[in-house]
Design a binder for this molecule. Sequence first.
Ligand code: SAH
Length: 238
Amino acid sequence: MQRAWIFPVVLVLWAGSPAASRPVFQTVAGDSYASQRAAMVAEQIQRRGVMDARVLEAMRAVPRHLFVPEALRNAAYEDRPLSIGHGQTISQPYIVAHMTEALEVRPADRVLEIGTGSGYQAAVLARLAREVYTIEIVPELAKQAAVRLQPYRNVQVRAGDGYAGWPERAPFHRIMVTAAPERIPQPLIDQLAPGGRMVIPVGTAEQWMTVLEKTSSGVVERRTIPVRFVPFTRSRAG
Ligand code: SAH
């Protein structure tokens, strides 16, 4: 009677194939990209040393293919950044995992992200934190990301220059910046809660991922890995 079992399973997979039009939260069986995501986590992320179980779970869960342009959907789980238009990119999966692990997000945290881009990193953060606020300087990208992030009820998207942070919602326990400034913007350091932590790529030609902690004895910075991010731009008004 094995055949009777094979049939329903196949039907479930079929029902899940048009993943793009389905709600973001769905069962693993209904998500045809889930196995690609599991491979991405094992081969690109765990193999390079990311170990935090909550981060790995979030990366296995968020449907990255829904955050890239439709034409690139089949490349969504490849080991590289992808173009999202307007000269911007969605980061390589490993870089998203490395930054998220370095941020050490706790379930009750309020998190600020600068550089929404596709919205993918914000979606990963949304699974780990209580509230996520994210700012994107390209209005068109902010608008698209807000639509994609609708299922994530704990995320708010704002269009604008993130240099000044989001003062109405400060302080933040955690801040992540996904575009590289020459120096860490002082307003972002100011909006970090005591004991808070920021992860930010810093530099121009040469860039280093930098972890900043606000301790009782002052601000402490350390570098993790060399990276290559799009520049942190400023609005003309700013
Ligand atoms: N976190 C994104 C990666 C985006 S790439 C993702 O998951 O897809 C970096 C983004 O930062 C770009 O979209 C760029 O437009 C934006 N950016 C650059 N300077 C900025 C600024 N001053 N304020 C807000 N966003 C900025």
